[in-house]
Design a protein around this ligand. Structure first.
Ligand code: ADP
Ligand code: X2W
Length: 310
C-alpha cells in the first residue's frame, strides 16, 4: 500500500515540494533556537480552516527548532459578545473605550474563549501550547493609558508598564508554546485592556525576538491608492501617518512595529492572516509576504550554504 502511494506522486508536484523544502532550509538554519513573536489579530481569525492552518504552522515552527510566542487579539470576538449583551462600544484612535462591565467581557473573551481556542488548536496539531494572560507570573504589569492629544477617558485601557519574561522563557525552554492574551494587571490588582499589537511589540523587544509578525486582515500596509507597500523605513511610516494614509487599527500596529525595530527586533512584518499558510510563506520563502518594517526597509535572504553572518 505504502509503495503504491509513493508511486502515484505526480513528478511535478514532487519537484515543487522538493524545491520548497530546499528554499526553506537556510531559513530554518537562520531561525534555529530564535524567538519569533506572532501577533494573531481577531480579524485574521476568520474561518475554522484558516485558524486550524495557523495552529498547524505554529506547531510546525516549534518542531523545526524555532521558538514561537503567540500574542492574540480578539477585537471582533469581544464586539460580538458586547452586542449580544446589548452594550455599545466605541473606539478612539484604535483603542476600545473600556468601562468596568466592558472590562469583564474583555477578560472573559480574551483570557477564556479566544485564548483557549488557540491553545487547543495548536495542541490538536501536536504542539504543546500553554495559555497565559498578563496576570500569570506577573507577565504584564500595566498602567492606565492617557491619550496624549485627546482628553478622552478610555477607562480601563492600559499600556505596558513592565514585562516580566521569566514565565515565557521557562515555557520556551521546556518546549511549550506560550499563547498570550493582552490583559495586564495594575499595581492595584485591577485588570487592564491593552491593545494586542502593543503587547506583542513589547514582548518581542523584551525577549530579543528575531522577528515580530503581525497577522491582520489586509495584504499589509497599503498606500493612498490601495497598493501594497512591501518595505518601509521609519521615516516613510511617519510620512504615511502624517498624510493620514495610515489610520485606525493600523496605527497601534505600525507604532508597535516601529518600537520593536527601534528596540533590537531585526524586522517586523505586517502580514495578511487571511492567506493560507501566511506564517510559513513569510518565514520560509525568499519573496515573503506583506509589509516589512525595518531600519532599511529590507532584510537580506540568508545564505544558501555556510554559516549565517553574525
Ligand atoms: N494604510 C493602511 N493600510 C492597510 N490597512 C489600514 C491602513 N490604514 C488603516 N488601515 C486599517 O487597519 C485595519 C487593521 O487593523 P485592525 O482592524 O485593528 O486589525 P487587527 O484586528 O488584525 O489588529 C485594516 O483592516 C484597515 O481597515
Ligand atoms: C484597548 C483595546 O482596544 N484593546 C483591544 C484588545 C483586543 C485586540 O487588540 O484585538 P485585535 O488585535 O483583534 O484588534 C480590544 O478591546 O479590542
Amino acid at each position: 500500500m505504502e509503495q503504491n502511494k509513493r508511486m502515484s506522486l505526480d513528478p511535478e508536484a514532487a519537484a515543487r515540494v522538493a524545491r520548497v523544502l530546499g528554499e526553506a532550509l537556510p531559513y530554518i538554519r537562520r531561525f534555529a533556537g530564535k524567538t519569533v513573536v506572532i501577533k494573531y489579530g481577531g480579524n485574521a481569525m476568520t474561518d475554522p480552516e484558516l485558524k486550524s492552518g495557523f495552529a498547524r504552522d505554529i506547531a510546525l515552527m516549534k518542531l523545526v527548532g524555532f521558538n514561537p510566542v503567540v500574542v492574540h487579539g480578539g477585537g471582533p470576538q469581544i464586539g460580538k459578545v458586547l452586542e449580544r449583551v446589548g452594550k455599545q462600544t466605541e473606539f478612539i484612535k484604535g483603542m476600545r473605550v473600556t468601562d468596568a462591565d466592558t472590562m469583564d467581557v474583555v477578560e472573559m473573551v480574551l483570557g477564556g474563549l479566544v485564548n483557549k481556542e488557540i491553545v487547543n488548536l495548536i495542541n490538536q496539531h501536536g504542539g504543546r501550547a500553554v495559555g497565559l494572560t498578563g496576570k500569570d507570573g506577573n507577565l504584564i504589569t500595566a498602567r492606565k493609558l492617557a491619550l496624549v492629544e485627546d482628553d478622552a477617558d478610555l477607562g480601563f485601557v492600559g499600556e505596558v508598564a513592565e514585562i516580566d519574561p521569566r514565565i515565557v522563557k521557562r515555557l520556551e525552554s521546556d518546549d511549550f508554546i506560550p499563547v498570550i492574551a493582552p490583559i495586564g494587571v495594575g499595581a492595584d490588582g485591577r485588570s487592564y485592556n491593552i491593545n494586542a499589537d502593543l503587547v506583542a511589540g513589547k514582548i518581542a523587544s523584551v525577549l530579543g525576538a528575531e522577528k515580530l509578525m503581525l497577522l491582520t486582515n489586509t495584504p499589509g500596509v497599503l498606500d493612498a491608492e490601495g497598493h501594497l507597500l512591501t518595505g518601509l523605513t521609519p521615516e516613510q511610516v511617519e510620512n504615511l501617518i502624517n498624510a493620514g494614509v495610515i489610520h485606525g487599527g493600523m496605527l497601534p500596529k505600525i507604532q508597535c512595529a516601529l518600537d520593536a525595530v527601534a528596540n533590537g527586533v531585526t524586522a517586523a512584518h505586517i502580514v495578511d492572516g487571511r492567506v493560507e499558510n501566511a506564517v510559513l510563506l513569510e518565514l520560509f520563502t525568499d519573496a515573503g509576504v506583506g509589509t516589512l518594517i525595518g531600519s532599511s526597509g529590507s532584510v537580506p535572504p540568508p545564505a544558501a550554504n555556510g554559516p549565517e553572518p553574525a
